[in-house]
Design a protein around this ligand. Structure first.
Ligand code: SF4
Length: 347
């Protein structure tokens, strides 16, 4: 099986009905489609609301753009001093070497930048300028390879990037953001792992997954190979209507990460990307879901619920508050059952 990239291939793979072909064609004119064999296998064709299909199979709702949506929802371009670099926070930069992904998520926050019509791959000259920027800015402690999905690059290209980072002393941490261990688990082989470690720096890999069914045996094995090789793993998920906006699904997702030796890191409130309003829930709904994780699952399984402030102002924690100042140095603090207690307790 090959990656599905066109509406005709979606039809052939029975991922859409003939009635939905025109709809898929209209979406395909605007946004990239890619469904890897591992993901196509995972989709339950008998379930019209399958949470895996909803993430990857195009839908006509993507053509409805609401007034608050924007092409660069988290303001990458506002903080891009040179092509391929986003320098939003003092001690870290994004290095966007490639704008290609092994799958295209229908809710993608960079959907205007990724895919065949997107920003492509950095030229050697642009890459030189990006590395020069990192080398000149001694405050950069961490380089985050994202894009696109950096793990679509060949091990040789990744190794070259890592060797160039190895030459920059002040960079101590290299982090990759990727979906590859889930959507193309076979790609995680000894050669790729060696490339990820080629800088000799501490390497983290943040895995993007949104539903517990994505953590298949193959995906878990791929992650196991990475962790066994000394690469620390974190998770990032997006809270999405119709996919994981359910306490039980979220709990199973976070447990699946921890069972796979992946520390839950970020749970993103969906960004205001064009044509994604059908995935968004309210912040109150998100907070209630996050509150439901407290007490239900171990502290190891608690992600940080965050919102990227539109316009490029960075991430803000939007978890529900558990403590209220009641005056005179006293507080009301709620436990995981929602019961309130005075702090300090009355004598
Ligand atoms: S893998 Fe990331 S960058 Fe690529 S389409 Fe999905 S959300 Fe967007």
């Amino acid at each position: 099986m090959r990656t599905i990239r066109t509406p005709a291939e979606l039809l052939e793979a029975e991922l859409i009905s003939p009635e939905r072909l025109r709809e898929a064609e209209a979406v395909a004119e605007r946004y990239a489609i890619a469904i890897s064999p591992a993901i196509a296998d995972l989709i339950d064709r008998t379930d019209p609301n399958d949470p895996i299909a909803r993430q990857f199979v195009p839908h006509s709702a993507e053509l409805e753009v609401t007034p608050e949506e924007r092409e660069d929802p988290i303001g990458d371009l506002t903080h891009s001093p040179v092509e391929g670099i986003v320098h939003r926070y003092p001690d870290r930069v994004l290095l966007k070497a490639v704008h290609v992904c092994p799958v295209y998520c229908r809710f993608c926050f960079r959907r205007e930048m990724v895919g065949p019509q997107g920003f492509g791959t950095l030229s050697p000259e642009a890459m030189d300028k990006a590395f020069a920027y990192i080398a000149e800015h001694r405050e950069i402690w961490e380089v985050i390879l994202t894009g696109g999905d950096p793990l679509v690059l060949s091990p040789r290209r990744l190794s070259e990037i890592m060797q160039r980072l190895a030459e920059i002393d002040h960079v101590k941490i290299v982090r990759f953001h990727t979906r590859v261990p889930v959507v193309e688990p076979d790609r995680v082989d000894a050669e790729l792992i060696a490339a990820l470690k080629a800088s000799g720096k501490t390497t983290y890999l943040a895995l993007h997954a949104n539903h517990p069914r994505e953590l298949t045996d193959e995906a878990r094995s791929a992650c196991g190979r990475l962790v066994d090789a000394g690469i620390a793993m974190l998770s990032q998920s997006v809270l999405l209507k119709g996919i994981n906006d359910d306490p039980d699904v979220l709990a199973r997702l976070m447990r699946a990460f921890v069972e796979t030796r992946i520390k839950p890191y970020y749970l993103h409130h969906p960004d205001l990307a064009p044509g994604t309003s059908h995935f968004r829930l309210s912040i109150e709904e998100g907070q209630a879901l996050v509150a439901s994780l407290r007490g239900r699952v171990s502290g190891l399984c608690q992600p940080t619920y965050i919102l990227d402030i539109p316009g490029g102002y960075g991430k803000a924690v939007i978890a529900p508050g558990t403590i209220t100042n009641t005056g005179d140095g006293c507080y009301a603090i709620s436990d995981f059952r929602g019961d309130s207690h005075a702090y300090p307790p009355e004598a």
